[in-house]
Design a protein. Structure first.
Length: 365
């Protein structure tokens, strides 16, 4: 930069060449661009994920084709068509921060949605905790799907309530263990999780309660103390779950996919494999929705992204939980007929109708 001493004065004056302002602006823009690409932001982005056919086989890791739904101990039947569960790719959240460029791209895409991370993930959750929770939810959804499908076929499927987790430092720690099957609490039979919670609320916080469990094939009587929650409820500090005693083996392999939202499509896939003939009639049908032991279909997240993923995967019909219809309305991809379902029976009736070509009367969102 030239420096010129003016005559008649004992000071210097700096002259900026014409290109200096442009260069400074470009430099600042580059700095901002770098900062925008490296500064993590507290947002998560939902994007369409792949659709997976539960009726198909896949490479089991040894070069051999393995069915995604493997049934052992009962006759199965060949089928055609596809029953696809849909997924969402999540960018952001614990361990996977996004930056300003990611957000800009998402905001410009009609197939992507942006949320604050607190709307999707528990505060202070780690990447490992989220993955573990998703894995547990997937395992639970598979068991419930098998129970629903088998009961629809007239099979008896007893269920038991188990201790999934004992909270560290909780009153039950040292007395109850993860994997314990609860037989009774305070003399009341543990018919289901509701009966167990009712029995616990009948105990005064701080008192000891008798809990009979089945552990390693033997009945064990325990006497844990109870505690008091912030809202006054009596608590043991355990997380309950339900296990089903299936009459034969049903195993589902979907790799590293987590969460409970594939439950509906699992139940339909199991039902199809256990019945003669192709339930879909050769159609490609995708869908989503949780399933509970009574066959109720529950809402899920990312319905818009899952519809896009379904259509990209070749589906022409999509089973959507009734509680997601308001969110799905207006965002259906072209060529995809969205069918509203509230129960497994609704979904089974819809797939059967599609398989027979009777699609005009299908309920829609």
């Amino acid at each position: 930069m030239p420096v010129v001493e003016s005559r008649g004065a004992r000071h210097t004056r700096r002259f900026w060449p014409p290109w200096a302002g442009l260069a400074t602006g470009m430099f600042l823009a580059m700095v901002l661009a770098v900062l925008a690409s490296v500064i993590p932001l507290p947002y998560a982005i939902l994007k369409p994920g792949p659709a997976t056919d539960v009726l198909a086989s896949h490479d089991g890791g040894d070069g051999q084709q393995t069915p995604r739904i493997a049934i052992d101990g009962a006759p199965t039947f060949p089928t055609t068509g596809s029953l696809e569960f849909t997924t969402v790719r999540v960018e952001g959240g614990p361990g996977f921060p996004v930056n300003a460029w990611d957000l800009l791209t998402a905001w410009l895409s009609p197939a992507q949605d942006v949320y604050h991370v607190d709307e999707l993930f528990p505060q202070a959750a780690t990447q490992e905790q989220v993955a573990e929770e998703n894995k547990a939810e997937m395992a639970g959804s598979q068991q419930e799907a098998a129970a629903v499908a088998l009961r629809a076929l007239g099979q008896e499927v007893p269920q038991v309530v188990v201790v999934r987790q004992v909270v560290k430092g909780a009153p039950a720690e040292g007395e109850l263990q993860a994997g314990d099957v609860i037989v009774s609490i305070g003399g009341a039979a543990a018919r289901d999780s509701t009966a167990i919670r009712t029995a616990i609320q009948g105990v005064t916080p701080g008192d000891t309660v008798e809990v009979v469990v089945e552990r390693s094939g033997a009945q064990v009587t325990t006497h844990p103390d109870t505690g008091k929650a912030d809202d006054g409820r009596t608590v043991l500090g355990i997380v309950l779950g339900v296990d089903y005693k299936l009459p034969f083996s049903v195993k589902i392999d979907v790799g590293n996919v987590g969460g409970p939202s594939a439950g509906l499509m699992f139940s339909l896939g199991i039902y199809d494999k256990l019945t003669d003939g192709a339930l879909t009639g050769g159609s490609v049908i995708a869908g989503t929705g949780t399933i509970d032991e009574k066959g109720s279909v529950g809402p899920i997240g990312g319905i818009a992204q899952k519809m896009v993923g379904a259509r990209e995967g070749g589906a022409t019909f999509f089973l959507a939980p009734a509680d997601n219809c308001a969110e799905a309305a207006g965002r259906e991809p072209s060529g995809l007929q969205v069918v509203k379902v509230s129960t497994f029976d609704d979904a089974l009736a819809a797939v059967t109708a599609i398989g027979k070509g009777n699609t005009s009367g299908l309920p829609h969102c």
